[in-house]
Design a protein around this ligand. Structure first.
Ligand code: GDP
Ligand code: MG
Length: 600
């Protein structure tokens, strides 16, 4: 198939507007999948993706379409729809020349549609507007047409109306793609091989598999290629296209988005965004390499009796397929040896947590998520702190000049009757309004600058709450801003508990401190001696609770405890008492922290 007959495109849509359903219909029409086999949603490969209906990793499927006497090779590149994965998103867009802008006929354009539209537009992609779900009774096609015309400045006449579910009008879309999206003509087939890694995943038999966008030349089994970033050389073991799964091909050529198996066993040798090239030549690297930058951190600790080494191995296996997670060992006085994990955003963190929990159940304790804070020293040095316990106790008598915290620009859209409530919510979350636009169709598009720490504290849930579920949210990293933040430390009988430290804004210290010690108290009832719990910030005690000695409570107040755990506790209580006698101080069993953290 000549290069002129290649089309690489992406579908831009808000979540649930029908991207996966439309992809499936296109794959059926082109015969890649059998319409009767109910293996629907080919593109959502990970279990979590299927369950949550979101894409986490970039995927691509190839289709061959016969049109007016010629064969066309189409690559449908699927990218994560969520901004946590912005780097993956822009890399997928970079491998395309066109985009289908898919809008739900009942819901109209939403925040994610708008944000992704701007990205596609800024990357010069040819846009095809599509209104989906025209079969719905609630479809309001004139309203959505008007929106597309006003917001995206795309002519009404170009809009394709279809139903991905019933299949109606889907057949008109492929000719439109072929006629309006240009082929990847910036590619050179005769030049030395050059490609960009779009995504990578790990197979326990084949090792690393790479999805690449081939910009120049060709590649085949036996080709010797190099990585620009690592300077590693390797011999290609297999090449092919995703049709819809891995299908080996003799040779790949410029313009294709396809897979290669480099024969590498260690995923750490591969960097998404890196340039691969023919080892016999030296080439300019392709643009687009950027290290993923974690936005959210948690501590993870194995529960008592879990094998640390084994758990680390299992964690490692999960990381093989998600290289954007960072992790390093961390030790906590309260919870023992564990890890500090970094994620791209709160959705990413919660997906990962879900995967961990599914696979390891209750064996793992996760501490409250935190954002990375910055310490600015008087001599100009900056330090990023991702573990709240490493945050200094107070500013006094230190070499520190000030602190700063990360912010995002949050883009929200919702019907205009909720505008008052949403602004209230944003202000309560330390937000600052940056822009507001009213669409003629009754929607509001609102931009606020808010601290990332507020965003990860279930901001989206709260936003949905005040808008009866109608709001959508998208956000973008907006850098660090100076902030009045303090470390809040929890002391039990005068001793700080590292795993419970948090960093908070001044305005939130008092309320949070009170709530925290009160909640924590419930989990501390198992103590048989008097316990004083205090919360300390900026060198002052800001909240305090006392538990008086009450022997009987040892088991009675232990929440959700099973029998074996009770037995263990009794045994430990004995031990604890011995210890207490010898040391004259209170010891809190780790279970208390664990139970507390689980219920946060
Ligand atoms: P995605 O999140 O954009 O991938 O959306 P999905 O393809 O998973 O679709 C979300 C929901 O909308 C699913 O329940 C689909 O069955 C439904 N859906 C998709 N297309 C249509 C359509 O044309 N008509 C109707 N009525 N429902 C649709
Ligand atoms: Mg989907």
């Amino acid at each position: 198939i000549p290069l002129e007959n290649y089309r690489n495109f992406i579908i831009v849509a808000h979540i649930d507007h029908g991207k996966s359903t439309l992809s499936d219909r296109l794959l059926e029409i082109t015969g890649v999948v059998n319409p009767h086999a109910k293996n629907s949603q080919v593109l959502d490969k990970l279990d979590v993706e299927k369950e949550r209906g979101i894409t986490v990793k970039a995927q691509t499927v190839s289709m061959i379409y016969h049109y007016r006497g010629e064969d066309y090779l189409l690559h449908l590149v699927d990218s994560p729809g969520h901004v946590d994965f912005r780097l993956e998103v822009s890399r997928s867009y970079a491998s395309c020349q066109g985009a289908i802008l898919l809008v739900d006929a009942a819901e109209g354009a939403k925040a994610q549609t708008v944000a992704n539209f701007y990205l596609a537009y800024s990357m010069d992609l040819k846009l095809i507007p599509v209104i989906n779900k025209i079969d719905l009774d609630t479809a309001d096609i004139p309203r959505v047409e008007e929106q597309i015309e006003n917001m995206f400045e795309l002519p009404k006449d170009d809009i394709v109306h279809l139903s991905a579910k019933t299949g109606k009008n889907v057949k008109y879309l492929l000719p439109k793609i072929i006629e309006s999206i240009p082929p990847p003509l910036n590619c050179q087939r005769d030049a030395p091989f050059r490609a960009q890694i779009v995504d990578s995943w790990y197979d326990s038999y084949l090792g690393v598999i790479l999805l690449i966008n081939i910009v120049d030349g060709t590649v085949q089994k036996g080709s010797k290629i190099s990585s620009y970033r690592t300077k590693n050389k390797f011999e290609v073991k297999e090449v092919g296209i995703m049709y819809p799964d891995r299908t080996p091909f003799p040779k790949l050529v410029a313009g294709q988005v396809a897979y290669i198996i480099p024969g590498l066993k260690n995923p750490n040798d591969v960097y998404v965004g890196d340039t691969l090239y023919d080892s016999n030549f030296s080439v300019e690297p392709l643009e687009g390499f950027e290290e993923p930058k974690p936005m959210v951190f948690v501590g993870a600790f194995p529960t008592q009796g879990t094998n640390f080494k084994k758990m680390e191995e299992s964690l490692n296996n999960l990381f093989l397929n998600d290289r954007s997670v960072t992790f390093q060992r961390a030790t906590s006085v309260a919870l023992g040896q564990g890890w500090r994990l970094g994620f791209l955003g709160s959705l990413h963190a919660s997906i990962f947590k879900e995967r961990l929990q599914k696979e390891y159940g209750e064996d793992l304790i996760i501490t409250a998520p935190t954002v990375p804070y910055k310490i600015h020293y008087k001599d100009g040095v900056e330090q990023i702190v991702s573990n709240p316990d490493d945050f200094p106790d107070s500013l006094e008598k230190t070499k520190i000049s000030y602190f700063s915290e990360p912010y995002v620009d949050a883009y929200m859209s919702f019907p205009k009757e909720y505008v008052g409530k949403v602004m209230q919510l944003c202000n309560a979350n330390r937000g600052a309004q940056e822009d507001i636009q009213y669409s003629p169709t009754g929607m509001v598009f609102l931009t606020y600058s808010i601290p990332t720490a507020q965003l990860i504290d279930d901001f989206f849930g709260k936003l949905k709450g005040v808008t009866k579920g109608y709001a959508s949210l998208d956000y973008e990293d907006a850098g660090y801003k100076p902030s009045d933040i303090y470390k809040l430390e929890i002391l039990v009988n005068g001793e700080g508990i590292d795993a419970l430290s948090t960093v908070l804004h001044k305005s939130e210290i008092n309320r949070n401190a009170k709530e925290f010690v009160q909640r924590f108290k419930k989990f501390m009832r198992i103590q048989q001696f008097e316990v004083v719990m205090q919360a300390k910030a900026n060198g002052r005690i800001v909240a305090r609770e006392t538990i008086h000695a009450r022997r009987k409570d040892v088991l009675a107040k232990l929440h959700a405890a099973d029998i074996s755990r009770k037995k263990k506790l009794l045994a430990r209580q004995k031990e604890g008492k011995k210890l207490l006698k010898s040391r004259g101080q209170v010891r809190i069993p780790p279970q208390a922290y664990q139970a507390f953290l689980r219920r946060q």
